[in-house]
Design a protein around this ligand. Sequence first.
Ligand code: ZN
Ligand code: ZN
Length: 181
Amino acid sequence: MSAEDGMRRFKHDFANKADSLQKQIAQREKQMLQLETDLKIEREWRQTLQNDLERERETVAQLSAEAQQINALKKVNTDNGLLFSDLSQEKNISLLALGKLYVGSFQGGQVWLKDKDATHCKLCEKEFSISRRKHHCRNCGEIFCNACSDNELPLPASPKPVRVCDTCHALLLQRCSSNTT
Ligand SMILES: [Zn+2]
Ligand SMILES: [Zn+2]
């Protein structure tokens, strides 16, 4: 092989090598571009995710604020509910009192006195205590001590003898005797 041939061969190889390197570089550049595009897309995606996350956080904050408001409202509602049940209970009590009043008016035309309204016996005016208990007269509905209501008479409302005060006892006996005579 002559030196010229060798030189030509070298040039040819070199050209081939350079060409293939060029091609490789071009390919690498293309890959790099592709990667850059991917990275850009990745970054945008991440930004989108970040924005989403931010939005989620805001939503969560808003929701928890709303939840707190709802809880506060619930508490108020519960309080109102309790208040309401208190009111309806009171209403029931007044209905009961009304019923008693009705019964009382049927019996003797008087108001059925509430236990807590009476502190003293209507007749002897002694103060009520644990030893001096309150007793309702079934005729007039007033409250007396035991000594002043230690009588039992059958009334139109109850065939069984019931407690009546001394006043009513005397009155009823008088009415009874005047009826028979
Ligand atoms: Zn008394
Ligand atoms: Zn009475």
